[in-house]
Design a protein around this ligand. Structure first.
Ligand code: PMV
Length: 360
């Protein structure tokens, strides 16, 4: 799809003002995006489970400005507290998306946002936050152009969210979303996420994700820097090829319901992501000793019980424990008795597959 399709041609900038609210969830990648080209184009395809409980709620109040329209005009509030330090990030986002939303400088925006998970939990709020904001802005476009279809609305919201934070383009719908053009996924694109269009086995319905908060500190390495280190990385091309193949493999796994194959693919993806960080220059390790303790405990427990518990990781030390719904009781018991001790202040979050963003 040509990128120009996202530049509106028939918007009439009306004298409107109002308030719009969206909630949008976080997501957890099964095949990981790591490495990007210019303009937030991914080097490889990724697929994620949309989450349910971990989300951002954003309220956007907008009013038409009369004068001084050379710059963006907005304020950001997190949990009702004014956050001027968030504003440069939003200015960068607005600058990137202005050509697609030419009305941005015509309005003053009050952006009020809150997360259902604690800010300093080590859970990135960029996917849920950027997708919620993109949806609020699309609601204004829809007010200016009510003709826009539901399908184009979501596509463009995902396109805009991607320009805020790559993985944010996978948060709008559920329960599985693919981002990145892939020959085996019809409709897939580098420009936006698409709802996974094929049959998914019952085994993956309501799949659970319990997030163990191992380290709630700020990330040592921003994802922007991390993606950048894939340029000139000695294993980059092989890794991109592997991700492409893993999308093909996971498609077959999702259809057949083969949980053992799912576990092997997802854990390998998580460790490969971290292996890329450990083998870049400069190199870094984002896992903590407790991350490894948890992984080893999961492996022993799986061996002993035959249950289908597995883990995945983001670009940080926290561990996402994935398991089918019908094994919840035994696995939660195991988490409480064996794993909570490795979490910072004993904190963990019970989440599960979700179905995407909602207008409130
Ligand atoms: O969306 P970004 O630029 O913060 O990158 C996120 C990358 C990973 O979370 C590590 C993997 C992924 O696909 O979500």
């Amino acid at each position: 799809m040509p990128i120009n399709k996202f530049i509106p041609t028939n918007l009439s900038i009306k004298e409107i003002n109002g308030t719009i609210s969206w909630s949008s969830p976080s997501n957890i990648a099964l095949v990981k995006y790591w490495g990007k080209k210019e303009n937030q184009i991914p080097e490889n395809q990724s697929i994620s489970f949309t989450l349910d409980a971990c989300k951002t709620i954003t309220k956007l109040t907008y009013s038409k400005r009369e004068k001084n329209k050379e710059n963006f005009s907005f304020q950001v509030f997190l949990d009702r507290v004014h956050k001027p330090d968030f504003e440069p990030k939003i200015t960068t986002f607005f600058t990137r998306i202005e050509q697609y939303l030419p009305f941005l400088k015509e309005f003053y925006f009050k952006i009020e946002t809150e997360n259902t998970f604690p800010h300093s939990s080590g859970i990135a709020s960029s996917a849920s936050g950027m997708s919620a904001l993109a949806l609020c802005l699309m609601s204004i476009e829809k007010e200016l152009n009510p003709e826009i279809t539901e399908e184009d609305f979501i596509k463009k919201a995902s396109f805009l969210a991607r320009l805020g934070s790559g993985s944010a383009c996978r948060s709008l719908e559920g329960d599985l979303v693919v981002w990145g053009k892939h020959d085996d996924i019809e409709g897939s694109s580098d420009l936006f996420g698409v709802k996974y269009p094929y049959k998914v086995h019952e085994n993956f319905k309501n799949y659970q994700d319990t997030i163990l908060l191992v380290d709630k500190g700020e990330k040592q390495v921003s994802s922007t820097v991390g993606h950048g280190l894939m340029h000139g990385h000695p294993f980059a091309q092989e890794r991109f090829k592997q991700a492409d193949e893993n999308i093909t493999k996971i498609k077959a796994i999702l259809e057949s319901g083969d949980l053992d194959a799912f576990i092997a693919l997802v854990e390998s993806e998580a460790l490969t992501l971290h292996a890329m960080m450990m083998t870049s220059m400069p190199y870094f390790i984002l896992m903590k000793p407790n991350t490894l303790e948890i992984i080893n405990k999961i492996w022993s427990f799986r061996k002993e019980t035959g249950l289908h518990i597995s883990f995945t990781l983001d670009a940080g030390a926290n561990v996402h424990i994935l398991y089918p719904e019908n094994e919840t009781k035994a696995i939660i018991e195991f988490i409480k008795t064996e794993l909570v001790a490795y979490c910072q202040n004993g904190h963990y979050i019970c989440d599960r597959i979700g179905f995407g963003a909602k207008q409130l």
